[in-house]
Design a protein around this ligand. Structure first.
Ligand code: UDP
Ligand code: MG
Length: 325
């Protein structure tokens, strides 16, 4: 068998601080993998610019001109990490036999790509990079992440523990991924659903090489909530159960109140009325909100909008053609 063509897909949003360093390290890695005969000389690195507001795209274009391994893809606006990654994966799939996705900030140890490829050569279609420890993340990030994995597991969503989006996927796995049409794509939840032969590789996660996290608390919460309601209907079952319980207990309380009234010992009843109004009102608002979340999801899915738009691509051939004209 010929050596497989590898494409490394790197989503970038305002990453000017770290981009050159990322390019340097990834290029070095790709050449050494080529020399070891693990990948084909046609392998490449694809930077996806997710509508950055800084110099990221200009830098990518410049890199493409100088570095024959590198290609660039520019999305028409900021679509978010997951969609930028998807755009990269679907583009890379056309030419590559396998794709490794990695963040631009060099937090993930790139040397384990070698192990990813060894597993791929052994016949694995999906290889997950799994963080050994997270001591470099803040205590808050660690604690919330751990709670999240636990909760998701209880709710029946199978996530690979301590795996972010650093993974290898074969062309076959990517083809299967394309058959998941959902708008709210949560790759960490969807990829395990593909099945096929999988493996995990452990690595140490480092601090960001430069720049700031593009996942502030607000985005992190939205991401977590999206992951939950995209994959699990358990919260709706829960609401139904609590609703049933509240309904039954208020019926009993109502009968009791009626009994007290008839027997002529009624007090002024203010407390019970206020309490039940607040309790039921609160509960109903909460339920409606949650059900609304699901309906909102259905609404978004039925629109079948494109998940991303590519504004421009850059590779050495297209740029030299432009120069010839
Ligand atoms: N990213 C992106 N679009 C966004 C936000 C982030 O493409 O809207 C990219 C970002 O450039 C990085 C990766 O997604 O390559 C992960 O982001 P970050 O490192 O900021 O997240 P963290 O590691 O802090 O969770
Ligand atoms: Mg990061």
């Amino acid at each position: 068998m010929e050596n497989p063509v590898l494409t490394i897909v790197v989503p970038c949003y305002n990453e000017e601080a770290v981009l050159y360093e990322t390019e340097r390290q990834l290029t070095e890695m790709v050449y050494s993998l080529m020399n070891e005969g693990l990948i084909s000389p046609k392998s490449s690195i694809l930077f996806v610019d997710d509508g950055s507001r800084d110099q990221t795209w200009t830098m990518i274009e410049e890199i493409v001109r100088k570095n024959r391994l590198v290609k660039g893809l520019k999305l028409s606006r900021n679509f978010g990490h997951q969609k930028a990654l998807l755009a990269g994966l679907e583009t890379a799939k056309e030419e590559a036999d396998c794709v490794i996705s990695i963040d631009a900030d060099l937090q993930d140890d790139i040397s384990v790509m070698r192990e990813f490829l060894l597993k791929f050569h052994d016949g694995c279609d999906i290889v997950y990079g799994v963080r050994k420890k997270r001591e470099k993340d803040t205590f808050f990030k660690r604690a919330t992440a751990q709670g999240y994995y636990r909760a998701m597991k209880k709710l029946g969503v199978d996530l690979v523990y301590n795996h972010a989006d650093y993974r290898l996927m074969s062309k076959r796995a990517l083809e299967e991924l394309s058959r998941f049409p959902e708008q709210n794509l949560f790759l960490r939840g969807v990829v395990p659903l593909i099945g096929l032969q999988t493996a995990e590789v452990l690595y140490d996660r480092k601090e960001r090489a430069a720049g700031e996290s593009k996942y502030p608390l607000k985005k992190m919460l939205a991401f977590a909530f999206d992951g939950l309601t995209s994959f699990s209907v358990v919260p709706i079952h829960f609401i139904t159960l609590v609703g049933l319980f509240t309904f039954l207990s208020s019926t009993i309380a109502g009968l009791y109140a009626l009994f007290v009234k008839i027997s002529g010992h009624a007090d002024d009843g203010w407390a019970s009325i206020i309490i039940s109004i607040w309790f039921l009102g609160g509960f109903m608002l909460m339920s409606m909100g949650l059900i609304g979340e699901y309906i909102g999801k259905i609404y978004q899915e039925t629109k079948r909008r494109p998940r991303y738009t590519i504004a421009q691509d850059a590779q050495q051939e297209t740029i030299s053609q432009q120069l010839l004209r």
